[in-house]
Write a protein that binds this ligand. Structure first.
Ligand code: FMN
Length: 346
């Protein structure tokens, strides 16, 4: 079996993916509680870290209940990446440092950061070696399948990353030019799993616990990383664990329980972010995800998307539950199955 370079309770770990604006401390804690075995911060600029930019440094904060955690950094300047890795190691001491070679956002790739590095595999190696030289922690990385269709070659990219010293590799099998269109090609995950000696995490298009189980079985990946499938349903990790363990899957929480989780999450977000209005505005997207697929939820969603303080949320949920009682659950339908996931363009 391919070994992970840090202590894990699970044989097949389930990761919460790094996601800018989503995988922040409160959501990471929540997902850990709901069975995520490992979490990763959103991607943080090496330049911002090395200059000790306040906004960047604040995103490095995490609590002991989030461990094991990886800090993800990005940048194409090997020296800056090395310095950032040293700083993160000394000051925050996460379980590992993850290098982002997957981000497709224009602002990032313009300077060859994120998936921009995939155009030049010598640069990929240089960056990995610089980070490894400057940290005592395991170094991992997350890649896409290539820059574009012509340069699509996940096995070669992954082998170069392994040669340069990464100890775990995640593949999101789309190219940069695909952004989030088309389907993730899971067969590329299988090919990389077979080619590498280190653990490979599969990522891409897991919307349900059954998808996660299927990815594990079809690709032989050492672990599974879930991003959009966790939106509004952090229990996806516990449910996936049940399936991996061959147990009946625990039920999806009732509407009341779902609201309780959303409120708990909102309280954590309010504690975390001192700017109350800013916290509420930032949190609106999560609220929308928690109520996605609920019957007669258009008005509910509209109201939640307009909150200016997290204190308003409890009352809005209570009114929804009261009107459901008034008009009867039948009129509301069961709403068990959520609508399909939106494709986030990030
Ligand atoms: C809102 C959002 C933010 C993201 N931010 C990051 C990031 O900071 N670092 C990263 O490596 N990938 C990032 N990604 C990509 C995801 O980690 C993941 O690779 C991608 O969404 C595919 O997985 P999924 O189909 O499970 O969503 C982001 C994705 C989304 C939807």
């Amino acid at each position: 079996m391919k070994r992970f370079p840090f202590q894990l309770d699970a044989e097949v770990p389930l990761y919460l993916a790094p996601m800018a604006g989503v995988s922040e401390s409160p959501f990471r804690r929540l997902c850990r509680r709901f069975g995520a075995d490992v979490v990763v911060t959103e991607f943080l600029s090496a330049e911002g870290i090395r200059r000790e930019n306040e906004a960047t440094i604040s995103k490095l904060r995490f609590g002991p209940d989030e461990r094991p955690i990886g800090v993800q950094i990005f940048g194409a300047d090997a020296e800056a990446m090395g310095e950032a890795a040293a700083f993160v190691t000394d000051v925050f001491a996460p379980e590992f440092i993850d290098i982002n070679f997957g981000c497709p956002v224009k602002k990032v790739v313009k300077r060859n950061g994120g998936s921009g590095c995939l155009k030049d595999l010598n640069l990929v190696e240089t960056v990995i070696r610089a980070v490894s030289r400057n940290t005592s922690l395991p170094v991992t990385c997350k890649i896409r399948s290539g820059w574009n269709e012509e340069m699509r070659d996940p096995v070669t990219i992954a082998l170069r990353c392994q040669d340069a010293g990464v100890q775990v590799l995640t593949l999101h099998p789309r190219t940069r030019t695909q952004m989030y269109t088309g389907s993730a090609r899971w067969e590329e995950i299988s090919a990389v799993v077979q080619a590498l000696d280190i653990p490979v995490l599969g990522n891409g298009d897991i919307k349900t616990p059954h998808d996660a189980l299927r990815m594990y079985r079809e690709t032989g990946c050492a672990g599974v990383m879930i991003a959009r499938g966790s939106f509004g349903q952090p229990w996806i990790f516990d449910q996936t664990r049940d399936l991996l363990d061959g147990l009946p899957m625990r039920p999806t929480p009732s509407v009341e329980d779902r609201f309780a989780v959303a409120l708990d999450h909102a309280r954590m977000a309010a504690d975390y972010e001192p700017d109350r209005k800013g916290a509420a505005i930032e949190f609106r997207k999560h609220l929308g995800w928690y109520v996605k697929g609920l019957p007669a939820s258009a008005d509910l969603r509209k109201r939640l998307h307009a909150v200016n303080s997290l204190g308003e949320v409890e009352g809005i949920f209570a009114e929804y539950l009261a009107s459901r009682e008034r008009y009867g659950e039948e009129a509301f339908g069961s709403g068990e199955e959520g609508e399909p996931l939106e494709t986030a363009e990030v």
